[in-house]
Design a protein around this ligand. Sequence first.
Ligand SMILES: Nc1ncnc2c1ncn2[C@@H]1O[C@H](COP(=O)(O)OP(=O)(O)OP(=O)(O)O)[C@@H](O)[C@H]1O
Ligand SMILES: [Mg+2]
Length: 579
Amino acid sequence: MNKPSLQVYRRLLRYSRPYYGRIGLAMLGSLAVAGVDVASAQLVRPLVDKVLGAGNYYLVNFVPFIIIGLALIKGGGRYVQEYFIKTAGQLVVQDIRNDLYEHSMGLSMRYYSRNTTGGVMSRILNDVGMLQRSAADVLVETVREVFALIGLTASAFYSDWKLACVAFVVLPAAIVPASVIGRKIKDYTRRSQATMASLTAVLQESIAGIKVIKAFGTEWQENNRFRAENLAFYKFIRKTLKYDSISAPAIELLGSLGIAGVFWYGLHRVISGAITQGELFAFGASVLLMYGPVKRLTKVSNTMQRSVGAAERVFETLDEVPEIRNATDAVPLVNVKGEVIFDRITFSYDEEPVLKDFSLVARPGEVVALVGPSGAGKSTVSALLARFYDPQEGSVSIDGMDLRKITLESLKNQIALVDQETFLFNDTISNNISYGRRDASDELIKDAARKAFAEEFILEMPAGFDSRIGDRGVRLSGGQRQRLCIARAILRDAPILILDEATSALDSESEAAVQLALNNLMKNRTTFVIAHRLSTIINADKIVVIEDGRIQDIGPHQELLQRCSLYQKLCAMQFRDME
Ligand SMILES: Nc1ncnc2c1ncn2[C@@H]1O[C@H](COP(=O)(O)OP(=O)(O)OP(=O)(O)O)[C@@H](O)[C@H]1O
Ligand SMILES: [Mg+2]
């Protein structure tokens, strides 16, 4: 095994540490199995020389008992080995999967915008699944087979050292192709796992987008995409299977050449009287019994290569450093007044800057509205405040504290966000509202629902607050979903509120009602409102007009109407729409 593979393997092995007890037991079991093999080889000699050769019929009756006894020991040993090593393997896989999940949860938004959902899922499910027969398993099996090999080698030398010398020059030739094959297998496993990720991505995307697919009648197109990925996966798997299947026959063939020569020589030695028949048989049994361990060792090495291939992908993700994390000297943010300052921000998702020289001050309790054409950068401003990303230049601060100096946990506690894209969990209404505040009483949850004008439709549902709303809330209308998200933010009761198109899916009547509730909510909180419908933001303390990532103007409604041409244009467009 080359050096990087060895490192990966060591790292895998480190996960086995908590399960040394199980692994130790499995090791003992495996030694019993190997011991029985060695013992059987050596028992052949007295069997041939003393029982058959000497015609000792009295001993014949013992033979069945010895065979059964050995089989019992071997069977028991194998059971202990298999059971404990397999459970240890599963526990290790479980730990790695938990680690990977937790680490993935900690990764930043940028990671998720670069990777597909299916790809991330595939690493956590499929790549980790590949490690099933993982490090510990391989280790125990290797120990067992190596122990068996040493014992059988000793047994062969003990039977006839001259013959053994000849054999051990010829037979190891069989090992050479095994290492070549192992490397191929690792390579193809890595690549097959990558196609498995694409396959999962297609699957995930088509299930999530089933409505669009059905509406456009493009099932066939998705079927073809899936078939193509599935075929690509098969092609890589076929290659690993090919190498996996060739390794045993290759060894057998090369081995048989050696064995043919060795036995020819051995038979000569018996006839010339150099060794007894029993010694030749014991020698033969030892060499033949080595077949199994050698063959299994190459299989084990193939398995290991496969694990290493998958583990490399897993560790790649585990080594991904979250872009947004707590600074070493981060302090918690408490007793927030709610002053938010964006100071000369330049920010880009990729190369092209999305916000340019963006400066904005929101005093505690102020309502700041962000308006501008689609794609201007409004949601990006809210993403920076929630610290989904860090700006490349400039800083965002709350109460004079740079966000990068604040612990993430405390920052998130100060912010309630109703996002442009509503997201609800496949859970009850009540749990969706109290998400992020699991300690909230039923009273508080009901109160939040009432304020968000959601109580009425909730109570009309069969199980009221305990109704389940389906995957991402599919069983609700767009407006109902939005009101649940608002209720969630109301319950969160944070000093800084971000409403990104929070009421866009409501009709004018409910919007006006929800607006009243939001107006109540905004009291004593610094609020950022993003809305296309300008009627909802006329009363904001400040309206910030953004175009193409730059601030065009800031001011109250009346002033902007008089002096900002873009704002006039936006208003005129709405006015026309209303007519
Ligand atoms: N995750 C992302 N990765 C790369 N580019 C992005 C990402 N999110 C947004 N952008 C780009 O940044 C620009 C600003 O997007 P943003 O979402 O802030 O616009 P917006 O003003 O909220 O628009 P809308 O009113 O349509 O919601 C857009 O040009 C968009 O293409
Ligand atoms: Mg937006």
